[in-house]
Design a protein around this ligand. Structure first.
Ligand SMILES: [Zn+2]
Length: 506
């Protein structure tokens, strides 16, 4: 790989974009630490002659009022924070050190990257495009007389859309919103699924281990080695869920051997497909027989997982009796629990009828935890239809009932659906501009994950929104890179859309 220092004059147009992209790369802005970048953009906006405002959670809002009577209110939005990731062998303090920008070539293509760290092109490209736009409006190089701009910079997108959730509804009461947090210059994103949480509580009854009156061996069974991944973006990839695999193994063991379970545990994050899980139990059989049985089962499961580029490892660990509780789950109840866990849903539910190869609804069996008197399970469903998520919750309830388990199932809140609107003026205008400039149609996509626009859609259903931006790859990693020529391609699309919008008569 050929690495060179970057010079603005060698980069693509507009130069204002690169000037700002390089400037903001000098300013630390990990999620939760947006003060300095916010101050820089605020100062710059005021120097350019625009009014600024900071809301109660730190979102920055810049106003560029329209000069005409026929005003079209429009929001340009991006997020201030970046994911700070670095390579192990690099000395870099994200709270003070500037990023070290470099140009690299991959297959002859020019990209900007940061040496050993994430680049923050997610969402530095949004900040730099907004600043470049303001600069060109201020210098009168660009004029959009009818557009009444509100430029919004949100805080802490990466750790849970915090700034978007807290933004005041009044700020969003505009006609259009262009979000600049898309990573592909040939794609417009026009929707995202909502997320809905469900909490399940199963009541346990335990008996004294001494009641079994047999010579039992205590063991721990670990499920490891799985790829996991994002519980939305990767849920359609067929990868193993460590909790579901453990449930299947325990269900089979319970039929094949005499087992007495103490604890079942797995997963630690709603947002991730569980990669690891374990159970502690007593076994009325030799460890050799268990090992032989699980080795065969591991082979069998891996044969299927292989097709989906995933791999499982089952590890058996010897335990001391003192490491387990001396009360085990009542055996008949155990059987019902294992059957129910084996049946509980996980994975894709429905394909979107209008978006190619796109998942409409899914569910992630995210976390399971065992306490003395109960098992707690946590789910995250994603869907374009709240009713489907409610049905999944209802089905979970029905299954637990069928299993004869004393349990509580309750929905635990959620966040916004951004339902694709194929008739939106903003979308039609964007497609027209893209097609004229590039002699081909753009790709229209939605995301099977939460976006800031989803939160905005909840707060202001009337707002027409679209997400667009230049090509950025390997976000959130030290390989993150921004394609040089894509900056210019995107800028032309962006400005052309704004010009076209400013012509729309209300
Ligand atoms: Zn982003």
């Amino acid at each position: 790989m050929n690495i060179v220092m970057i010079k603005i004059e060698n980069l693509s147009n507009p130069k204002e974009f690169w000037h700002y992209f390089i400037e903001i790369s000098k300013i630390p802005r990990c999620s939760g630490n947006e003060q300095r970048i916010r101050e820089y953009i605020k100062q710059e906006s005021e120097n350019l002659g625009f009014k600024t405002e900071i809301d109660k959670v730190g979102n920055l809002i810049v106003s560029i009022p329209s000069k005409s009577e026929n005003t079209i209110p429009l929001i340009i939005q991006s997020h201030l924070d970046m994911v700070c990731e670095k390579n192990e062998n690099i000395m870099h303090d994200f709270s003070v050190d500037p990023l070290k920008l470099r140009e690299i070539k991959i297959d002859g293509e020019r990209w900007i990257t940061a040496e050993g760290t994430s680049l923050g092109a997610d969402n530095g490209v949004g900040l730099a495009n907004s600043l470049a736009l303001m600069k060109k409006i201020s210098s009168k190089e660009l004029e959009f007389d009818n557009l009444d701009f509100t430029i919004v910079f949100t805080v802490n997108e990466e750790e849970g859309l915090f700034g978007a959730f807290q933004i005041e509804n009044d700020i969003l009461k505009k006609e259009y919103l262009i979000n600049l947090d898309c990573m592909s210059d040939e794609t417009f994103v026009i929707g995202c699924v909502g997320g809905f949480y469900t909490i399940v509580d199963i009541k346990l009854e335990r008996i004294e281990l001494a009641e079994i009156n047999k010579d039992l061996i205590p063991v721990k069974i670990y499920i490891k080695g799985l790829a996991g991944g994002h519980s939305g973006l990767d849920i359609n990839k067929g990868r193993g869920n460590a909790i579901k695999i453990l449930a299947k193994i325990l269900y089979k063991l319970n039929k094949e051997f005499e087992i007495y379970i103490d604890v079942i545990k797995g997963g630690d994050n709603f947002n991730a497909i569980p990669r690891e899980s374990w159970a502690t139990l007593f076994l009325n059989e030799s460890k050799e027989k268990l090992t032989q049985y699980l080795d065969e089962l591991e082979l069998q499961i891996n044969k299927r997982l292989e097709t989906f580029n995933d791999n499982l490892e089952i590890i058996i660990e010897d335990l001391d009796k003192s490491q387990l509780s001396n009360k085990i789950i009542e055996p008949k109840l155990q059987q019902r629990i294992l059957s129910t866990l084996y049946l509980l849903p996980h994975g894709p539910i429905l394909i979107h009828p209008k978006l190619d190869n796109f998942l409409h609804s899914s569910t992630n069996f995210a976390i399971i935890n065992t306490k003395t008197s109960r098992i707690k399970i946590q789910y995250l469903h994603r869907s374009f239809d709240k009713q489907i998520s409610s049905e999944v919750t209802e089905k979970i309830k029905a299954l637990l009932h069928l299993g004869g388990l004393k349990s509580k199932v309750k929905p635990a809140g959620g966040y916004g659906i951004w339902d694709p609107d194929f008739t939106s003026k903003l979308l039609k205008t964007s497609i027209k501009c893209y097609t004229e400039l590039n002699c081909e149609e753009p790709k229209i996509r939605a995301m099977h994950a939460g976006l800031e626009c989803g939160v905005f859609a909840d707060k202001c259903p009337e707002l027409e929104m679209i997400t667009m931006g230049p090509n950025v790859e390997a976000c959130h990693s030290p390989d993150e890179r921004l394609q040089v020529k894509s900056v210019e391609k995107f800028w032309k699309i962006f400005i052309s859309v704004l010009k076209e919008l400013s012509k729309i008569k209300n």
